[in-house]
Ligand binder design. Structure first.
Ligand code: AMP
Ligand code: MN
Ligand code: MN
Length: 317
């Protein structure tokens, strides 16, 4: 059974716990990392013992986030006791990696903003209208009665920045902008975040050149997709921004990025102008939002493309 909490109940649950494990989702992004880092700082300021966990490599682009070196990856054979396990910005249990197995906690709390949330935890705080989980964390830190410091503010701003595509996607509300404004008042420098997030490695641009050559159009240009085959895939190269190239082509309604990360595992990212791509992703046990979603297909690249593109084409019929 999953108990739905309001903000005060969630703050109460966190205050009751002394030892907490905060988990960012696999394939980590600025929202899950920034949210976890800000909450960890707030809870530590209340004297709590906090472990930060992510069951994945951390992309270099997030190295500038204050406290990022605190993240630990658990070994599957470990057993970590805790009062509360907190899973942040993940809509389903598999996105938490091995934390649900490794951590022996009295309860599991999930803080999320994906409308595809599967209600897998004991306690859930879900706000599908929030642009980012970081927007929830901003209110939560206040509900905990903690005074923001610059590091907390920077990490929350990072979450907002990432999930809104630097404050330009349709999920950006006046509340999101208002929150960003308050964070700037606390001392956050927007150019510090954007300079760190926009900077590219040469290897990234070289890979982008090769990936753009794979661009293929379907349905009279209403669908565009690009691919990263295993031979090209390098987990050290950040490819998160690549999907914006097919996405911003005139006439494209759905953009798809296929990334073969193992011989039999292909990660898929969807972006749309109008169609509900969360529904498509959910059909493949993935999830996300109406206009940005993703899933993993346990198949090689060509097979994954065949299965997924059939459904994408049908969505435009
Ligand atoms: P991405 O394309 O990886 O930037 O993800 C876009 C959105 O879809 C984000 O909100 C992700 O949290 C969500 N998402 C991506 N992959 C998955 C997945 N395998 N399962 C559930 N949600 C996902
Ligand atoms: Mn995320
Ligand atoms: Mn998010």
């Amino acid at each position: 059974m999953c108990k739905i909490l309001n903000l005060e109940e969630m703050a109460g649950l966190l205050k009751k716990a002394q030892k907490l494990v905060l988990v960012s989702h696999i394939s980590p992004d600025g929202d899950t990392l920034g949210s976890a880092l800000a909450l960890a700082r707030a809870l530590r300021s209340l004297g709590k013992e906090v472990i930060l966990n992510v069951d994945d490599d951390l992309p270099d682009v997030y190295r500038f986030l204050p406290g990022i070196d605190d993240f630990r990856r658990f070994d599957a054979s470990e057993s970590v006791p805790a009062d509360l396990l907190v899973i942040i910005d993940a809509s389903s249990a598999d996105r938490a990696g091995n934390a649900m197995q490794v951590v022996k906690a009295a309860g599991v709390l999930n803080i999320d903003h994906h409308k595809t949330n599967t209600r897998f935890a004991d306690y859930l705080y879900l706000d599908a209208a929030a642009a980012a989980t970081a927007e929830i964390i901003y209110s939560l830190i206040q509900a905990l009665g903690v005074r923001f410091d610059l590091d907390m503010a920077t990490c929350v701003y990072e979450g907002l920045y990432t999930d809104t595509g630097s404050f330009k996607y349709s999920n950006t509300t006046s509340h999101t902008m208002g929150t960003a404004g308050k964070l700037i008042d606390m001392g956050v420098d927007p150019s510090f975040i954007s300079d760190n997030m926009e900077v590219k490695d040469r290897s990234q641009i070289e890979m982008l050149g090769k990936v753009l050559e794979t661009m293929t159009f379907l349905k009279d240009g209403r669908i565009a997709y690009v691919e990263i085959p295993l031979e090209l895939y390098d987990h050290n190269v950040d490819t998160d921004s690549f999907i914006s190239f097919p996405r911003y082509i005139r006439g494209v309604e759905i953009a798809v990025l296929f990334k073969q990360v193992e011989a039999d595992l292909t990660r898929v990212s969807f972006r749309s102008k109008t169609a509900d791509v969360a529904k498509i992703a959910l059909g493949f046990q993935g999830g996300g939002h109406q206009k940005a979603a993703g899933c993993s297909i346990h198949a090689p690249l060509a097979q994954a493309e065949e299965i997924v593109l059939k459904v994408v084409e049908a969505a435009l019929e």
